[in-house]
Design a protein around this ligand. Structure first.
Ligand code: HMG
Length: 450
């Protein structure tokens, strides 16, 4: 295959990985040979491991590498964790580590699992007398539970399974639209496959039950299943993490005394409660921490994010997920967030690094993992707000980003060491670092940088 202007292709999925790379490199890049080398350079050195990674997705060419770091000193419910984090943004791991260290001498993080219920829905269209359907529903429900027994057997042994099934009349919103809304306990698994398998059986059972029911007239026997799928909105699978101490024990912050700091901090959280523009950034900071642990444990970050944001607007306005209270001389900062995550199933044990992450955390239950993630989210939020209400975010963030910029400029160890020393007292920006390096390389190691 050579360079071609034809960027469409048929049968691409059937090509070997090598042929896929060749086609991509030849058709989309100026230097195909370089691209081929680059893509293959990120293959796992162990072919078996690479095969596992390739199997996670489709049309895989290579691996996309992200930094894998750890935040030590997380004391959560009295136990110390070193938390794995996968994230590309500088200062996130440092911020989580710094907040973990700060709270480790002030009682650590406390968490509470409020509930662990997950949700699935069968959406269907039906024309008929809803009162009749309501009368038949107890029988239908029995049949739904009976027909799914083969799927739920193992989960029931673990203490989970289908908790309830409800019939919802949605016709006030859409003509002829109804739902079977089911709730599930999926123990240590995130449960997506378990829930979806049950829901698909529900759809078939509903269709068969209605088709043959003698109390229904001909038209009422016909049901159209629109879809059967879990909901990623899990407002009843919630963890609460908190930190608290006496205001006096907060210490001093860049010359600011504890009472002033606590008051500014509380107001910053309050602003995120009342202003959606601020709330979005505030919650982004929380997800900086949560997503990094979700990724490190190969959980579904899209599900966690979409659920968290829906939860943040559960009263009709998008608001902060965290809360801060100052009462009787005590500072309390907390986060309540739905987290449908698993420590078995999915990729959690299949992905070699996710498996290591779980080992690092002592193979936690799903509830413990929820607690760890919520604590990291809260720590992240604390560190960001602590910077925002004291020095401003750029000081710490750019201190960490400095190393990125120096790497980008291929700075030597000596240049990096001198740059780090120089920028302790100077403002870091891409241009100030570039100016420093250019001047340094011209033989002026201490340029005056404005
Ligand atoms: P510092 O006080 O200069 O740090 O803070 P330090 O050098 O005194 O070290 C204190 C501790 O911080 C260390 O303890 C580490 O735990 C940690 P030690 O290990 O020495 O015993 N730490 C580090 N950990 C790993 N690697 C490092 C490192 N440096 C310090 N290189 C720090 C520096 C960055 C921690 C602080 O300025 C900070 O927390 N800043 C906030 C940074 C942040 O929130 N970044 C997220 C990206 S910004 C964003 O996207 C979110 C945002 O928009 C959200 C919002 O608006 O709410 C801000």
């Amino acid at each position: 295959m050579g360079q071609s202007n034809n960027k469409s292709v048929s049968g691409f999925s059937k090509l070997s990985k090598e042929d896929k790379i060749r086609w991509i490199a030849d058709n989309f890049f100026k230097d195909p040979e370089l691209v081929k080398k680059e893509l293959t350079s990120f293959w796992h050195p162990n072919a078996d491991q690479q095969k596992i990674l390739d199997g996670f997705s489709e049309n895989t060419l290579s691996n996309f590498v992200l930094p894998y770091g750890v935040a030590p000193n997380f004391i959560i419910n009295g136990k110390t964790y070193c938390v794995p984090m996968v994230i590309e943004e500088s200062s996130v791991v440092a911020a989580a580590s710094s907040a973990a260290k700060f709270w480790s001498t002030r009682g650590g993080f406390k968490t509470e699992i409020l509930e662990t219920t997950k949700v699935g829905q069968v959406h269907f269209s039906w024309k008929g007398d809803i009162e009749k359907l309501r009368r038949l529903f107890p029988d239908l429900k029995g049949k739904l539970l009976e027909d799914t027994q083969h799927i739920t057997a193992n989960m029931r042994k673990r203490g989970g399974g289908i908790l309830d099934v409800e019939l919802l009349d949605m016709t006030h919103l859409e003509e002829d639209y109804y739902q079977l809304k089911a709730s599930f306990e999926t123990c240590d698994s995130m449960g997506a496959n378990f829930i979806n398998s049950n829901l698909e059986v529900f759809g078939k059972t509903l269709t068969a039950f209605m088709a043959s029911h003698p109390d229904l007239d001909i038209q009422e026997r016909e049901v159209t299943i629109i879809m059967a799928i879990l909901s990623n909105y899990t407002p009843d699978c919630v963890v609460r993490a908190s930190v608290s101490c006496r205001i006096d024990d907060l210490g001093y912050f860049e010359g600011m005394d504890a009472a002033v700091f606590a008051d500014k901090f509380r107001k910053a959280v309050r602003i995120a409660h009342i202003d959606p523009y601020r709330a979005t950034t505030h919650n982004k900071g929380i997800f900086n921490g949560i997503d990094a642990v979700v990724l490190a444990t190969a959980n579904d970050f899209r599900a966690v994010e979409s659920c968290g944001h829906t939860y943040a607007c559960r009263d009709g306005q998008y608001r902060s997920l965290s809360r801060c209270e100052i009462k009787d001389g005590k500072f309390e900062f907390s986060l309540e967030i739905p987290l449908a995550v698993g420590t078995v199933g999915g990729l959690t044990r299949l992905h070699p690094m996710a498996n290591r992450s779980l080992e690092l955390l002592g193979y936690p239950t799903a509830k413990k993992l929820m607690s760890i993630m919520a604590s990291v989210g809260l720590a992240q939020n604390f560190a960001a707000l602590k910077s925002l209400v004291t020095t401003g975010i750029q000081k710490g963030h750019m201190k960490m980003h400095l190393l990125n910029i120096l790497n980008h400029m291929e700075a030597t160890d000596e240049e990096t060491g001198d740059a780090v020393r120089h920028f302790e007292k100077e403002i870091v920006s891409f241009s100030s670092v570039r100016d420093f390096i250019v001047a340094y390389r011209k033989g002026n190691p201490i340029p005056s940088i404005k």
